[in-house]
Ligand binder design. Sequence first.
Ligand SMILES: Nc1nc2c(ncn2[C@@H]2O[C@H](COP(=O)(O)OP(=O)(O)OP(=O)(O)O)[C@@H](O)[C@H]2O)c(=O)[nH]1
Ligand SMILES: [Mg+2]
Length: 211
Amino acid sequence: MESSSQRGEFDYLFKLLLIGDSGVGKSTLLLSFTSNTFEDLSPTIGVDFKVKHVTVKGKKLKLAIWDTAGQERFRTLTSSYYRGAQGIIMVYDVTRRETFTNLSDIWAKEIDLYSTNLDCIKMLVGNKVDRESERIVSKKEGIDFAREYGCLFLECSAKTRENVEQCFEELVLKILETPSLLAEGSAGVKNNIFKEKPPQSDASTSRCCSW
Ligand SMILES: Nc1nc2c(ncn2[C@@H]2O[C@H](COP(=O)(O)OP(=O)(O)OP(=O)(O)O)[C@@H](O)[C@H]2O)c(=O)[nH]1
Ligand SMILES: [Mg+2]
């Protein structure tokens, strides 16, 4: 996967959503992904939004990433942003047990209630692995949860950027493999999607994607 500089043209537009308890690092993860920087951010008020253009498997993608507030007082507002998302990233903090238990108590239920897309790809992300000595939630617990709820799974650190790109990369790759989501992602991009693309000369040697 690589960042694309051609901002005007893209083959698919994907809507991604970040959800999870307040303070787990959703906004930091997004900032780390889009700007390669780490800042001590304030809690999100309502909903935030960033766009990133990437190229994956020769396809130019426009990722519209919605970053929701984890605080309960914003729940009514944020619920309306699940509509039409092709990918949802559920984030918890590996150093705070309640952010993990709230995945099943709150966040998975929110997805069931508000996601309009049956084939929507879910990714579970355990953040803050740089604080290994304070870890409370084991990697195995994350894997087991992801298996039970049919999610992809990764642990990452928005601070050190460990696995940050992979979180988005694996999600996007899975969306690209899902025909119904692809069909949706190409709606509104009519002028680009029907163009035949020449085969990529290095496709057999390169990995599927790089940033
Ligand atoms: N050590 C460490 N701190 C992190 C990491 N990611 C985020 N933080 C810190 O955790 C705090 C909360 O991060 P945010 O990104 O604001 O959390 P959020 O999930 O967006 O919170 P809401 O917007 O309230 O829902 C901030 O002080 C961040 O600096 C990480 O990977 N490692
Ligand atoms: Mg935030």
